[in-house]
Design a protein around this ligand. Structure first.
Ligand code: CDP
Length: 194
């Protein structure tokens, strides 16, 4: 049975960095599920049709990391039919040997509720805004407002809202350097793998 690591958390909390590092360390596959929603939003037109026809080439668009793509993603991500259209792809990805790391908002709660390890990665709003502002070369105050708006929408939606699974381990990266956060995540996985 493949070993599944589910990583959820709000925008720019560090979950993508941790997910990539875990996948590299353990030799697992990695899926940034946010890209599926960003690519669906970026296609334009009817979001349900866009999600149903999503293919690998849609995920390589250069503009997917922008703040605008993030906002568009969070709007279409609230539509239950969009989420349903993306479930099979995520399940198939998670079934790959020897294991997979998936990061997003609903991995531990909805997509992979039986994951061997669940992490919920957070950081203060200010720290997350600063990190994302540096990443995108944007204004920190504007980023703060955007992230808070997106987190609110993601947390308040009826379909697969952003929230920690009851059995998720919380990892607050506010005061952690990247290598420290990664080391804690690796230790958590090693505890389960034995
Ligand atoms: O990188 P960042 O955390 O800013 O965002 P992302 O993970 O790329 O996700 C972009 C948006 O897609 C989120 O704000 C969510 O609305 C949505 N999303 C989701 O609903 N479910 C997921 N599993 C992943 C992303």
């Amino acid at each position: 049975m493949p070993f599944i690591i589910a990583i959820d958390g709000p925008a720019a909390s560090g979950k993508g960095t941790i997910a990539r590092a875990l996948a590299a360390h353990f030799g697992f596959h990695h899926l940034d599920t946010g890209l599926l929603y960003r690519a669906t939003g970026a296609k334009g037109g009817d979001p349900v049709a866009a999600a149903r026809s999503l293919d690998a080439s849609d995920l390589t668009r250069p503009d997917l990391r922008s703040a605008e793509a993030g906002q568009a993603a969070s709007r279409i991500a609230a539509i239950p039919e969009v989420r349903a259209a993306l479930v099979d792809f995520q399940h198939r990805f998670a079934e790959q040997e020897p294991g997979a790391v998936l990061d997003g908002r609903d991995i531990g709660t909805v997509i992979c509720p039986d994951a061997a390890v669940k992490l919920y990665v957070t950081a203060s709003d200010q720290v997350r805004a600063r990190r994302r502002a540096i990443e995108l070369g944007a204004d920190p105050d504007e980023m703060l407002a955007q992230l808070q708006e997106r987190d609110r929408r993601d947390s308040d939606r009826a379909s697969a809202p952003l929230k920690p699974a009851p059995d998720a381990v919380l990892l607050d990266t506010t005061h952690l350097a990247i290598p420290e956060a990664i080391a804690l995540a690796i230790a958590q996985v090693n505890m389960v793998r034995g």
